[in-house]
Design a protein around this ligand. Sequence first.
Ligand SMILES: [Zn+2]
Length: 374
Amino acid sequence: MKTKNNIVCSFCVMDTSVPDITFDENQQCQFCKNHKERILFEQENYPNYLKKLTKNIKRKSKKNQYDCMIGVSGGVDSTYVAYYLKKVLKLNPLAVHLDNGWNSELAVKNIENCLKALDIDLITHVIDWNEFKKIQKALLESSINNLEIVTDHAINALLIKTASKYKIKYIINGSNTSTEGIMPSSWMEANQNKQLIRSIFKKFYPNHSIKSVPTISFLEFFYYLLIKKIKFVPILNFIEYNKEIAIEILKQEIDYKPYRYKHYESIITRFFQGYILPEKFNIDKRKAHFSSLIVSGQMSRDDALEKLKEHPYGDIQVMERDKIFFLKKLELDKVQFEKIMKHKPISASVYSPISIMVINFIGRFKKLLRKLTR
Ligand SMILES: [Zn+2]
């Protein structure tokens, strides 16, 4: 799906496939402009932060077996965080992994190799597949643009509750401005929303409720943040993080095997981002990933435009294979799936209007706070 009069930003590769994109007089979009500002702010203000942070982590974890917690997916970002904490900052993290049944073999190998080489303890939470499958089917049928909302939500819930159990105060994650700072909110329904997941599940499976998948409500979330004082730290924002260099270090030091595209360590993520999102929602997330890399100087705009000419999947044969796997695993037949693919996209606010209002309010509040603190 491509619009006829597609306008591309003159600085990055975001374009009019984003409904709320705006351009200035030089045809530069708001996404890369804001992103550049944020990177400059971080470069100015964060150099001393890492030293302070490491000191604080060590001080607060003196009596604990573990200094901090990390979530691992087998992807570059989280693997590099594990490496950096252990080898550079000499911290002892506890790793947590959510096995949602969709890991690629390569991802499992990467997690095993990396943590073994780094001597990091791992807790793996294996999700009840039967329940999880139904929730994912409901999300797929709902036609909202975030099939991964339940995985992302469950990971956050699992991390924060496990941290509390082990009396760990710092959850260090691999989210980072330099390689993923650009992501239009209209391209992804928010994953903090337990109510939305519940509403959609109830609509398509009226006699079921979520029992085993880890979830966390707004109230619980604030309890852990404000009372238990558990912090999420996006550590890659405080160091010079270059993805290519990170991959080289990991390949050499812990036998890491890279993937073709970002987040392709999970079969459902690559099928969702490489097939469902572009085909059904006209969303090609590579544009946001590449644009982030352009702004942080890790990719040229020409290279990005050239790469975007390739199919989002990279390899069509892999796509066909994944499609068969996807349908079989979710127990969907081709006709059902084609019907879902043809259904028009639906906004999440149709399913859970109040929770979406709350999320939007919190989002605006956070933005305002960020502006004020600057
Ligand atoms: Zn732009």
